[in-house]
Design a protein around this ligand. Structure first.
Ligand code: MG
Length: 378
C-alpha cells in the first residue's frame, strides 16, 4: 500500500460465503472502508442475494459453488478456484459455514496473502494438514472467531511467556433451563441467543457448547497450546471474549462489544484499527464460572477428541452438524445431539489424516453414521 502522497491504493479482497451471517457483516464493514476493493463474492446457492450484493460492489465477480444461475460469473465445483485465478486478491475473508470451508480456504490461501478466517471447521477438521497447506502457500491466518480474535490480539506483541489461554462462552439460550428439562427444549427456544446474532447451527452449538468444543480445538491449532492449557469459561454477559495468563500469574482480558463486525474489521485491517465501534460500556457485572460438565458434556468430549487424533475431530464436527440439522427439523430431541456425536465417535477412527481426500472420507462416513443414528432416534 502506498500512502506517501495521500493516495491510498486499495487492496483487493474477496469475500467467500458472502450471503451468510459473517459474509453480510463483512460487506457492511468493507462498504465503509477505503482500504479495500471488493473484487469477488461467493455463495453456495443464494444466487439472488449474491446478485443483490453485487449491485453494491459492481466491480466484484461472482461465484456460486452449489448451483447454476444466470448472470453469475463462475458456477460449480471449481467456481472458487476460477474466481481466485481471475482476481488474485491480497486478502480473502472465509465466511463459509461448515466443512466445505476447508477446501475453499486451502484454495484461497494459494492465491492470497491473508485469510481472515471465520470458518472454524477448516482448522478443526484440517488440523496440521490445513495449517501446513496455508503456510506452504505463504499465507497468514488472522482469526475472525471472536474468542480467537481476542486471544490473537492479547498475544500479539506480548513480551512475556503466555502460560494458558481462556475462551469465554455465553452458555447459550437455554442455560437456565433445569438439566432434567433440557430434553424438551425446542429449536425456537434454542435459537434465541442472548448475546450474539449468528447463524442457526452455531446458535444451537452455543447452547450445547459443541461450539466451544470446536473452539478449544481451533485454539489448540491456531496458537499451538497443549490441550490442558486451553480453558473454556462461562461468562454470560458476553463482554470479555478471551484472556491469557502470563508467567507471573497476571491475567490479561480483552473486552469489547459483542458484534462480529469488530473482529471482522480487525482481521481485515490488522495491524490497524480503523473504525470506532461505539456503544460498549465497561460498567455492570462481569462473572466468570466453570461450565457445568453435566449440562455441557460436549466440552469434555472435545478434550477427549483432541487427545484421540485427527479422525475424532473430523467426526466431532461432522456428526454434530448432522445432529443439529435434525434437531432444527424437529426430528430429534435437543439432548440427542450429544448422544449421536458420542455414539458415532465410538467407532475406530484414523489417528493421522494428512491429505484432503482422507479427511473428506472420514467426514462423509461420520455423516452417514450420524444420519443412521438420527433415523433410529425418530
Ligand atoms: Mg466464537
Amino acid at each position: 500500500m502506498d500512502e506517501g502522497d495521500g493516495f491510498i491504493q486499495s487492496k483487493k479482497i474477496v469475500v467467500l460465503g458472502a450471503t451468510g451471517t459473517i459474509g453480510k457483516m463483512t460487506l457492511d464493514v468493507l462498504k465503509r472502508s477505503e482500504e479495500f476493493e471488493v473484487v469477488g463474492i461467493s455463495a453456495h446457492q443464494s444466487a439472488k442475494l449474491l446478485l443483490k450484493e453485487k449491485a453494491e460492489f459492481p466491480g466484484a465477480l461472482t461465484a456460486l459453488t452449489g448451483d447454476r444461475a444466470e448472470d453469475i460469473d463462475f458456477c460449480g465445483d471449481h467456481a472458487i478456484e476460477a474466481l481466485m485465478e481471475k482476481t488474485h486478491p491480497e486478502q480473502v475473508v472465509v465466511g463459509i459455514a461448515g466443512f466445505a470451508g476447508l477446501k475453499h480456504a486451502i484454495t484461497a490461501a494459494k492465491y492470497s496473502n491473508r485469510l481472515c478466517l471465520a470458518n472454524k471447521e477448516s482448522i478443526v477438521a484440517g488440523g496440521d494438514f490445513f495449517l501446513k497447506s496455508v503456510k506452504d502457500s505463504n499465507c497468514e491466518i488472522i482469526p475472525v472467531d471472536s474468542e480467537h480474535n481476542a486471544v490473537f490480539q492479547l498475544i500479539d506483541g506480548e513480551k512475556s511467556p503466555v502460560e494458558s489461554i481462556f475462551i469465554t462462552a455465553s452458555g447459550g439460550a437455554v442455560r437456565d433451563v433445569p438439566i432434567e428439562n433440557l430434553k424438551d427444549v425446542t429449536p425456537e427456544m434454542v435459537l434465541k441467543h442472548p448475546i450474539w446474532n449468528m447463524g442457526a447451527r452455531i446458535t444451537v452449538d452455543s447452547a450445547t457448547m459443541f461450539n466451544k468444543g470446536l473452539e478449544i480445538m481451533e485454539a489448540h491449532f491456531l496458537f499451538g497450546f497443549p490441550v490442558n492449557k486451553i480453558v473454556a469459561v462461562l461468562h454470560p454477559q458476553g463482554k470479555v471474549h478471551g484472556m491469557i495468563r502470563l508467567n507471573d500469574g497476571t491475567i490479561k482480558m480483552l473486552a469489547s462489544r459483542a458484534d462480529m463486525r469488530l473482529p471482522i474489521s480487525y482481521a481485515c485491517h490488522y495491524p490497524k484499527r480503523t473504525e470506532n465501534f461505539e456503544g460498549f460500556s465497561p460498567f455492570g457485572e462481569l462473572t466468570f464460572e466453570k461450565p457445568d460438565p453435566t449440562r455441557y458434556p460436549a466440552l469434555n468430549l472435545a478434550y477427549e477428541c483432541l487427545n484421540e487424533g485427527d479422525g475424532a475431530r473430523v467426526v466431532y464436527n461432522a456428526a454434530d452438524e448432522i445432529a443439529v440439522e435434525a434437531f432444527l427439523k424437529k426430528k430429534i430431541y435437543f439432548t440427542d445431539i450429544y448422544r449421536i456425536v458420542e455414539k458415532v465417535l465410538e467407532n475406530n477412527w484414523p489417528k493421522i489424516l494428512n491429505d484432503y481426500e482422507s479427511i473428506e472420507a472420514v467426514d462423509a462416513k461420520a455423516r452417514r453414521l450420524a444420519r443412521e443414528m438420527v433415523k433410529r432416534c425418530c
